[in-house]
Design a protein around this ligand. Structure first.
Ligand SMILES: Cc1cc2nc3c(=O)[nH]c(=O)nc-3n(C[C@H](O)[C@H](O)[C@H](O)COP(=O)(O)O)c2cc1C
Length: 193
């Protein structure tokens, strides 16, 4: 029997224990309840420099900047499922998550310049979690476009989204038990079949 699937959860909020963090934990618990291995990476507090567009990765498929992103590259390669969680800030993902995404230019270089599979051959699924304080109709569209571009670059198959509007105060998502249930069940579904 092969190893149980590894679900990598990436927390993009600057607020630990906030709404997206809580939802991410539910997803990971749901996946773990179905026997998956889970790993959570909290971007806040990590040292991840911005992509400097040196173009070094166009030749090597790797980023030369030696910071905390190096272990995330490894995590992304090992994961079978990638779960990204971010509050909406000024209509898109947080600076923390966007900085990490921009550093995935090294995978873009592998795929589109070096004709290599960006994360290796295995198939991967991806889930996006987002929460916004307002109820603006188009609230999630810019973030969705960014996540779509990332998953496409990484050859990750989108396997759903958990998007909640009108949730602002820290921990307010707990007043929405149906959202927590949805997150737990999404985690279960990610590793089934
Ligand atoms: C800098 C900043 C920018 C924000 N921008 C938006 C926004 O554009 N639209 C929105 O609906 N909420 C916005 N919010 C509210 C957050 O999306 C909301 O509080 C969310 O619940 C935070 O999730 P978290 O607890 O996981 O950090 C913003 C909050 C901050 C701190």
């Amino acid at each position: 029997m092969g190893k149980e699937p590894l679900v990598l959860g990436i927390a993009g909020s600057p607020r630990r224990g906030g709404n997206t963090d809580i939802l991410l934990d539910e997803v990971l618990e749901g996946a773990a309840s179905r026997g998956a291995r889970v790993k959570k990476v909290i971007l806040a507090g990590l040292k991840i420099a911005s992509c400097d567009h040196s173009d070094a990765c166009l030749k090597t498929g790797k980023c030369y900047i030696k910071d905390d992103m190096q272990s995330i590259y490894q995590d992304l390669e090992e994961a079978d499922v990638i779960v990204l969680a971010s509050p909406i800030q000024f209509m898109t993902v947080t600076a923390e998550l966007k900085t990490m995404i921009d550093r995935c230019q090294a995978f873009w270089a592998r795929k589109y310049v070096l004709n290599q599979p960006p994360l290796g051959e295995k198939e991967r699924k991806g889930l996006f979690i987002a929460v916004g304080g307002t109820k603006f109709a188009k609230l999630f569209e810019p973030a969705q476009a960014t996540i779509k571009a990332l998953f496409n670059t990484l050859n990750v198959t989108p396997a759903g989204e958990l998007l909640f509007r009108g949730v602002d105060e820290k921990g307010a998502i707990r007043q929405h038990p149906e959202a927590l249930k949805q997150a737990f069940e999404a985690g279960q579904k990610l590793v089934e079949g």
